[in-house]
Write a protein of this length. Structure first.
Ligand SMILES: [Zn+2]
Length: 271
């Protein structure tokens, strides 16, 4: 067992949730790793304090929003928090792809999460809260997944950009670039309106073979001209800004295919 694996299993070890063989392996690692030993001591103390004290406090709405935004990414941790306090049944919703949306009874757990955050910071443990960009990335992943789940890829289905482009007229106050890349292997298949990060955004839907590619466009200059590629929950995301527009692309196609799509798209749009 390496350090990464051991560190991941630490909360489970403290809660006595590991199998016997996992526990033994964990203990073997603990003997030889100062970092894990320290983390174990700290978390054990937090765990004890949590069981004893009257530690409830109400979460300010802004913090609750940020914790909610962080939930899908850190499900295993929150599930353990939930299990520990019995706020919800962590096994429910585990099979759904909806992440935190599927977890019932979140609210009572919220206060405990806040206590844990407060204690964790006082104990010197690190718990990250997503930055604006991380939240936006998550929102786009959610939007992409939703568009696939609820069969809502398009409001307008057409491979003809002369049909898709005018469809946006009067629905949004900017003209998104609608470009057909069928020749390059990325046919345009439709468009839709979506709402991301407080903006009405235009989504152009393309395909690479059987992989849908969602291209989100809205006015702004939030990123530089250089394309940034990211991976989240098995999806590849890319974003950049050009000519006063923000671009985000998300797909389950590979990074090479995504890069091909972006170069072709950028070759056809103003930069
Ligand atoms: Zn270690």
């Amino acid at each position: 067992m390496d350090h990464e694996q051991a560190f991941e299993l630490l909360p489970g070890y403290i809660d006595e949730e590991l199998s016997l063989s996992e526990s033994l392996e964990f203990e073997r690692h603990l003997d030889s790793c100062e970092k894990c030993k320290r983390a174990y001591e700290q978390q054990r103390q937090v765990s004890t304090q949590l069981r004893q004290g009257d530690l409830r406090l109400d979460a300010p709405p802004e913090l609750e929003k940020r914790i909610r935004a962080a939930l899908p990414m850190r499900r295993s941790l929150w599930q353990r928090v939930g299990q520990r306090f019995g706020g919800f049944d962590a096994t429910r919703g585990a099979g759904s792809t909806g992440g935190a949306r599927g977890l019932p009874g979140w609210a009572p757990v919220g206060a405990m999460v806040v206590s844990l955050v407060a204690l964790a910071s006082s104990a010197g443990l690190y718990l990250s809260v997503p930055s604006g960009d991380t939240r936006l990335t998550q929102e786009l992943v959610d939007s992409h997944v939703r568009s696939l789940q609820f069969d809502h890829l398009y409001d307008v289905i057409s491979t003809d950009r002369h049909t898709v482009k005018p469809w946006f007229d009067g629905k949004i106050d900017f003209a998104p670039p609608v470009i057909d890349l069928a020749q390059q292997g990325y046919p345009l298949v439709g468009g839709r309106l979506d709402y991301v990060s407080g903006h009405a955004v235009a989504v152009m839907v393309y395909r690479y073979k059987l992989h849908p590619i969602n291209l989100y466009v809205w006015p702004g200059n939030d990123a530089g001209n250089v394309v940034r590629i990211d991976e989240r929950q098995g999806y590849h995301l890319a974003h950049w800004s050009a000519a006063g527009m923000n671009y985000w692309v998300i797909t389950d196609a590979g990074e090479g295919e995504l890069n091909g799509f972006i170069s072709n798209l950028r070759a056809h749009t103003a930069s």
